[in-house]
Design a protein around this ligand. Structure first.
Ligand code: AHR
Length: 493
């Protein structure tokens, strides 16, 4: 691998380390909010969860959905908690108590040190509810909605800047799903009016809910054709699983993400060219993760309050795929400006809690933590030569997946590297030619003899990182032996 400080690909937008909390399963109730929990503060926020989230330095968190938002009346979630209505929640067939809504989430996000990426309902609602919500959240005072917010105890506007125009509107499972033309027209009008209320907003239009959708690519082109001037980002959603139990193939799934990003960027550029526009559209990968329980149906018994849903237990190999995806996003840092690991707590999440009980960190917590802490600065264009392999769906998969980020301010260089080999060590040689003398800070490794090893409530520390990696410096080169199936963070100054 050659790492050169002049080969700058792009400045990392820290928002690529965003995440997502939806009113789904125990993400909100039992995750971030559980008034009866021993660690809860006077607002009902679990402090153990807050602490684990703060450690991740999550810059932005998407809320309140997801599929949930497409049936959500935001007015149900504001005002005195004891007066809030319980309602049937039709995205996940549960009962929504509305004890947490926009203001509670804004308070919580502040405590977590995160911005909020809000979403408006374009399933059952449209322009009117969206513009009222922007007025409620962001207008200072002197109007019905802004004064209502003040009467709810929030004198200062929330100033939410980033907003999603609906969620996965192409999916037949979505409440109020639409064709590309129906959605494109509605999104354009909604965006226009939201920006009239607050011109500082940045808006995300829905791309396809996955690359596998039959309307993929046409959907993007049509939606952008209808919204191009009003929106700033196009969303991408992608989840991977190893339900076929083929680890070689699974570890290559980030190549799918790579192609997905490349294709959507090309569609954006096509529409830009067609419109002779000077504006470049950026990408928001606002749902991505490993999701092994994907496709399992909603809660077996209908209308429960916050039932456990999609509580996947992650293995080391899942963490390696998360690591490869983070590296892939960094490789596209010139185009991907926001991304949300979906989701943050209890629902396909790096953090797990038990109601009334402890919290533990999944394997996937660690690559996400490392990337968020050390992956800020300039991405350096990697020049990599690696042995390769073929799998069921991919050819020429490099055993080494790697990228480096240079933080000029701190004078730190970080190399993130995954060894995809299931049995062998990979000898890594990094030529740091333009950096001159450097010092090794540490070589952190996430590894385990068993690629299926997990962290659970009873055994929460089976897969945790150590900093006894083998990296050493010699003649301006880093030499490291990367263990089989490992995630590595080599930090230099
Ligand atoms: O993240 C879980 C769900 O996955 C979201 O609600 C939806 O947008 C996607 O299908």
């Amino acid at each position: 691998m050659i790492v050169d400080k002049d080969f700058i690909l792009a400045e990392v937008d820290p928002r690529i380390y965003g995440s997502f909390i939806e009113h789904l399963g125990r993400a909100v109730y039992g995750g971030i909010y559980e008034p009866s929990h021993p660690t809860a503060d006077e607002r009902g926020f679990r402090q153990d969860a807050l602490e684990a989230i703060r450690r991740l330095q999550v810059p932005i968190i998407r809320y309140p959905g997801g599929n949930f938002v497409s049936g959500y009346n935001w007015e149900d979630g504001v005002g005195p908690q004891e007066e809030r209505k319980r309602k049937l929640e039709l995205a996940w067939w549960t009962t929504e108590t509305n004890q947490v809504g926009t203001n509670e989430f804004a308070d919580w996000a502040k405590l977590a040190g995160s911005e909020v990426m809000m979403a408006v309902n374009l399933g059952t609602r449209g322009v009117d509810a969206a513009r009222n919500l922007v007025e409620y959240c962001n207008h200072p005072s002197g109007t019905y909605w802004s004064d209502l917010r003040i009467s709810h105890g929030y004198k200062e506007p929330h100033k939410f800047k980033t907003w999603c125009l609906g969620n996965e509107m192409d999916g037949p499972w979505q409440i109020g799903a639409k064709t590309a033309v129906e959605y494109g027209r509605l999104a354009n009008e909604t965006a226009k009016v939201m920006k009239w209320v607050d011109p500082s907003l940045e808006l995300v239009a829905c791309g396809s809910s996955s690359r596998g959708m039959p309307t993929f690519a046409d959907w993007e082109a049509t939606v952008l054709d209808l919204t191009y001037d009003q929106v700033d980002y196009l969303s991408l959603h992608t989840y991977y699983n190893n339900n076929e139990n083929n680890s070689e193939n699974f570890l290559a799934r980030s190549m799918d993400m790579d192609q997905f990003i490349g294709t959507v960027a090309s569609i954006c550029d096509y529409v830009q060219a067609k419109k002779r526009s000077k504006k470049k559209l950026y990408l928001s990968l606002d749902e991505w993760n490993v999701w092994n329980s994907i496709g399992t149906s909603r809660a077996s018994e209908r209308w429960q309050v916050a039932p456990a849903e999609f509580e996947d237990t992650y293995t080391l190999e899942d963490a390696l795929v998360v690591g490869c995806c983070l590296i892939t996003m960094l490789k596209h840092a010139d185009r991907v400006k926001m991304a949300c690991l979906a989701q943050l707590i209890n629902v396909i999440a790096p953090i797990m809690t038990e109601n009334g009980g402890p919290l533990w960190l999944q394997t996937t917590y660690y690559p996400y933590l490392h990337a968020s802490l050390y992956g800020r600065g300039k991405v350096l264009q990697p020049v990599i030569r690696s042995p390769k392999y073929d799998s069921k769906d991919y050819t020429d998969i490099p055993y080494l997946e790697a990228i480096s980020v240079y933080n000029e301010e701190q004078g730190h260089i970080t190399v993130f590297a995954v060894n995809r080999h299931l049995e062998d060590i990979l000898d890594l040689d990094i030529n740091l030619r333009s950096f001159g003398r450097v010092k090794l800070i540490e070589h952190v490794v996430l590894e385990h003899d068993n690629i299926k090893a997990t962290n659970t409530k009873l055994h929460p520390e089976q897969v945790i990182p150590h900093n006894r990696g083998t990296a050493r410096i010699e003649d301006g080169h880093i030499h490291a032996r990367l263990s089989k199936s490992s995630w590595n963070v080599i930090r230099l100054e």
